[in-house]
Design a protein around this ligand. Structure first.
Ligand SMILES: Nc1ncnc2c1ncn2[C@@H]1O[C@H](COP(=O)(O)OP(=O)(O)OP(=O)(O)O)[C@@H](O)[C@H]1O
Length: 321
């Protein structure tokens, strides 16, 4: 059984009891079951991560650079002084989940299927606002239990902007410098937040760059103060759970990573990757046709794919004989 299924069992248990002590026992039991499956941590190899990023991530030179440097420095440090905390931002289908899985593949033998890879999707795992206290208690126990059994655990929070601020604040003690919660150190754990928050700011910056005729590859974290603006934008967004959380005030996020909107040539690369995946002979003309069939914006310039590389496989199968 996978970690996320066991977490769902735990959520169900909250319907039966609201006793945190009892839930603690269940978490401890579940952690034991999970960790019986063994340690599948790989010997970290930065060359392999670099290779994976350059071969299977398209149009995201900023992401490649930041992820490679930050993950390498973190994984090769025997005594990190804080957990690695990355916040991925960008519009749909630009590769946020994809990159999390590439990192997992480089950390664990079983990649995203490893029992040490924990993925939470806000609206799926924490759907009811009225249960936020219980979710908070569970999440705390879950993170503490798993990191105490396996320090190099990885936690991904998808739709982070839709997470209630109280739940985001639950994470705070785990993200800090030399944090210890009930005697457990979190310095070797990795936390990655995924969200569409700040997506419009990234698109506006990329579009402005494009309109000036600049090369996309010259756009960096510090171009137009992109990373700082992104952090401010994300935490001032009225619709985002980040707004009322105290993670920003405490500077606990190591990097705000902008995922640029994808252009036609990147979508074409995604179609070709899907052809390989589906065991279809790679056909440049067909890849071009499928990519052009996606919707692009803005209305006039049609530079960026609305859904990025999402649904590319579904489009491709429509063209098959
Ligand atoms: N930059 C990219 N390079 C290569 N493949 C990509 C890229 N972006 C997306 N893809 C492909 O598209 C699929 C969907 O992308 P992914 O789930 O990573 O998007 P996302 O940014 O997490 O979107 P959302 O915000 O909607 O969750 C991936 O599984 C991957 O196959």
């Amino acid at each position: 059984m996978k970690a996320r299924e066991l977490f769902m069992v735990l959520l169900l248990a909250t319907n039966i009891t609201s006793s945190v002590a009892f839930l603690d026992v269940i978490v401890a039991l579940i952690s034991r079951i999970l960790h019986q499956e063994g340690d599948d941590l790989l010997q970290f190899n930065p060359i392999r991560l670099k290779d994976d990023l350059s071969k299977s991530l398209y149009g995201q030179h900023i992401v490649s650079e930041v992820v490679l440097k930050s993950v390498t420095s973190f994984m090769t440090d025997k005594n990190p002084n804080k957990p690695l905390v990355l916040s991925f931002h960008g519009t749909a289908g630009t590769g946020k989940n994809h990159v999390s899985k590439i990192i997992a593949k480089n950390l664990y033998k079983n990649g995203e299927k490893s029992t040490h890879f924990h993925m939470f999707i806000s609206q799926y795992h924490f759907p009811h606002k009225e249960y936020v206290n219980i979710y908070s208690a569970l999440l705390k126990q879950w993170i503490r239990g798993n990191v105490s059994s396996f320090p190099r655990s990885m936690f991904i929070f998808d739709e982070m902007d839709k997470m209630p601020p109280q739940l985001i604040n639950t994470l705070k003690p785990f993200l800090d410098y030399n944090s210890q919660v009930d005697g457990v150190s979190f310095n070797k754990a990795m936390f990655i937040f995924l969200s569409n928050a700040g997506g419009s700011l990234i698109v506006d910056t990329a579009l402005e760059f494009w309109k000036k005729g600049n090369d996309r590859n010259d756009l960096w974290m510090n171009s137009n103060d992109l990373e700082n603006k992104l952090a401010l934008h994300v935490f001032n967004d009225e619709t985002s759970g980040f707004l009322y959380s105290s993670i920003l005030d405490h500077h606990l996020v190591d990097h705000y990573v902008p995922f640029l909107p994808l252009e036609l040539k990147h979508v074409r690369q995604c179609v070709k990757a899907e052809m390989v995946h589906l065991n279809i002979t790679v056909d440049e003309d067909l890849a071009d046709k499928v990519a052009r069939d996606m919707v692009f914006y803005p209305e006039k310039e049609k530079v960026f794919a609305v859904k990025g590389c999402k649904s590319v496989r579904q489009k491709l199968v429509l063209y098959q004989e």
